[in-house]
Design a protein around this ligand. Structure first.
Ligand SMILES: *[C@@H]1O[C@H](CO)[C@@H](O)[C@H](O)[C@H]1NC(C)=O
Ligand SMILES: *[C@@H]1O[C@H](CO)[C@@H](O)[C@H](O)[C@H]1NC(C)=O
Length: 375
């Protein structure tokens, strides 16, 4: 028994090290200033940053959620539960930045609310600003998590301009690197966007079989696949041949189950990066050279479309954000719902704050932990 105790002790110590280390690194002032909104500092600069982080430890801008406990039939949480390598854990990766912090916290909150075994869910938080981790810890007590700093420079040189500026955020590309960032002992992970809520037991999605496929996601084969790539792409035989012998369907990269063992073995990260380089060099010759218009999605389609394990559509009722037209509200797709996803440019927290919510935005609100400062 002793070695088990020592092992878990080691894991906890390792966790604390990892958790602390991002705040020990130096961060560019611009990123610290961007944090100032949620951290409640008016003239935030880098020097104020650490002070702001400790000031937020009392959860002043986010309500504290209750602690969630496992149902009776769950495996009792082991001493290993705090160790990322515990094989009984459900792993979820989500990004965290100042702009979507409120959405990310609501997403995590929703997962815990509906999970049969919330104490067995482990969150991998990919963040671009260290000050955000204490906010999550204080608003979601007892959360099993590990925070990772995602260096924007890792992808900055690979990103070309897209139709929507929000799509160019380096953190959008963090999902490409999960197989490299997460511990080797993590063999499967669910990736979730920050603009969604889960309204069902995440354990069901976790247990979905992927067969021999590296990625699982709901597929939309009725969508017009052609439009995700430019005329230049389709007219270049060598490029268009990428999809030869495949039956490619659109899938949304905001909800994916990834087999990290297969991913690492086949080097999918490098394959995605190779497409980003093709796009980047094409875009350098003018807009006619691009092979696609969107951001992080098309490289995923290029590598995986037609090779995806189809997951039930209930796990990604997407598009609820609507489009750029003000006041455009989307309805649910037909069928049962386990996950609501506000993909598109409209976000529920923005519409709720401006008192112009879409009807479905009221389904997001119960998971919101944000508390505006009392004026
Ligand atoms: C803890 O983890 C180790 C290695 O993953 C495993 O062999 C052991 O049975 C676990 N202990 C408990 C109490 O779950
Ligand atoms: C699919 O999209 C392409 C490019 O936007 C368009 O040219 C084509 O007509 C569309 N096909 C169908 C069946 O709608």
């Amino acid at each position: 028994m002793l070695w088990v105790v020592r092992l878990s002790g080691f894991c906890s110590a390792a966790m604390i090290m990892v958790v602390l280390s991002p705040s020990l690194q130096s961060f560019p002032p611009a990123e610290a200033i961007r944090s100032s909104h949620y951290l409640g500092i008016s003239n935030g600069g880098y020097d104020h940053h650490i002070a702001a982080v400790s000031g937020v430890a009392d959860g002043s801008r986010f309500r504290r959620a209750p602690i969630f406990h496992n149902a009776a039939e769950c495996e009792p949480p082991s001493a290993n539960g705090t160790c990322v390598c515990d094989p009984s854990l459900v792993h979820i990766a989500i990004t965290l930045d100042e702009e979507y912090l409120r959405g990310s916290i609501a997403a995590v909150h929703s997962v815990l609310t509906h999970a049969r075994c919330p104490e067995s869910v482990f969150f991998h938080l990919l963040l671009s600003e260290p000050g955000l981790e204490p906010v999550v810890r204080s608003s979601l007590p007892g959360l099993r998590l590990k925070a990772y700093y995602f260096d924007p420079d890792r992808v900055r040189g690979l990103i070309s301009t897209s139709v929507r500026q929000a799509l160019e955020q380096p953190l959008n590309y963090a999902r490409n690197y999960l197989a490299e960032i997460l511990e080797r002992c993590v063999s499967r992970v669910i990736y979730l966007d920050s603009d969604l809520v889960v309204v069902d037991d995440i354990g069901k999605l976790w247990r979905t079989g992927l067969g021999s496929r590296p990625v699982g996601a709901p597929e939309y084969c009725h969508a017009n696949f052609t439009k995700y790539f430019t005329a230049r792409f389709w007219s270049d035989q060598r490029l268009a041949a990428t999809f030869a012998g495949r039956r490619p369907c659109y899938f949304n990269t905001g909800v994916m189950v990834l087999d990290l063992v297969r991913w690492r073995r086949s080097g999918y990260t490098r394959r995605i990066e190779r497409w980003m380089k093709v796009q980047k060099s094409g875009a350098a010759t003018g807009s006619a050279g691009r092979i696609y218009e969107l951001g992080s999605l098309p490289p995923f389609l290029l590598v995986f479309a037609g090779h995806v394990a189809p997951i039930d559509h209930r796990w990604n009722q997407h598009g609820l954000g609507g489009d750029n037209v003000r006041g455009s509200c989307r309805d649910l797709h037909r069928g049962p719902v386990s996950l609501l996803h506000w993909s598109g440019s409209g976000k529920p927290w923005v519409r709720l704050d401006s008192n112009r919510p879409c009807p479905l935005d009221h389904l997001w609100a119960p998971y919101d932990l944000y508390e505006p400062a009392v004026a």
